[in-house]
Design a protein around this ligand. Sequence first.
Ligand code: P6P
Length: 345
Amino acid sequence: MSESPVSMHPGPIQPLVGTTLREHVLSGMQAAPGATGEFTSLINHLSLAIRIINSRVRQAGLAGMLGYTGNTNVQGEAVQKLDIYANDVLLNVLERSGHCGIIASEEMDDPVFTQHPSKYIAMFDPLDGSSNIDTNGTIGTIFGIIRRKVTDSKPTLEEALRPGYEIAAAGYALYGPATQFVLSTGQGVHGFTLDPSIGEFFLSHPNIRCPQKGTTYSVNGGNRALWSEGTRKWAEFLKASDKASGRPYGSRYIGSLVADAHRTLLKGGIFAYPADEKSPKGKLRILYEANPMAFLFEQAGGMAIDGVNRILDVQPKELHERTPLVLGSVEDVMTFKRFQLGQQV
Ligand code: P6P
């Protein structure tokens, strides 16, 4: 008589299937006091929206989705077809989730106030780096989630104007050679990679830590003539040769925040979009670009400032308010700050 398969098993069951995004978030939330499952459901809805956007991004060239709509957004930027598609997918999926009382987007002049007595505020840049779409460059989606202080009152714009230290969760999707989802719910930063054959995100980068110091800097050198003296001196310092301090740093700049930030998060170094004469308040937006990225970098042991002050402490006054943004390794960001303050480096 043949042995039953179970009695023949050699020992503990070895993991055959990785941890999915859903399992990871659920395990984290189970530890959260008073967890109701709504937060987990919201993250899973975000994952669904990102997988839908990913599918369209991957076929954009064939589906006639490249190119511009001919319109400009509230930022005055030419809007690509995929920006609008990504915005509409996120809006549709998040509204349907019933968890978001307020939904704000780079592509919408005003927030959408849903009819649900919902717990959360979602804000996002639906397709960051869209100027790279037509050249098949890496682009992404950036989002931040904040808990509403009251859930049974009519949502207001003022509710969305919250400092980044109140963020409950933030993350980004990266539509690159692989599709990745990087997320923090306040318990560290974790990266997931999409298996397109089954449409599931699997944990691939547990507990991402930003190195204390890096070897690259990421800034648009074409703006050099517009920079402050401190920023110019900082860039010259990094380009000077000094073996002991690991200089010169390598220069890396894709022109897509998600791609430049992701590299800096994993490898260390510094990303800067500083204030300049053309953009005295910087180019990037506080609520749905700078704050989510700053939250992630701090959760990973990195640092995020506006050149001098901590990004997460900034009190936004307008929905689409801009800020200078400097992200990266603590030592490298502190060097940038010293140059801004005219201190000895
Ligand atoms: P520049 C993309 O348009 C974006 O909003 C960010 O993703 C990116 O970091 C920045 O602008 C690039 O701006 O002026 O260097 O092209």
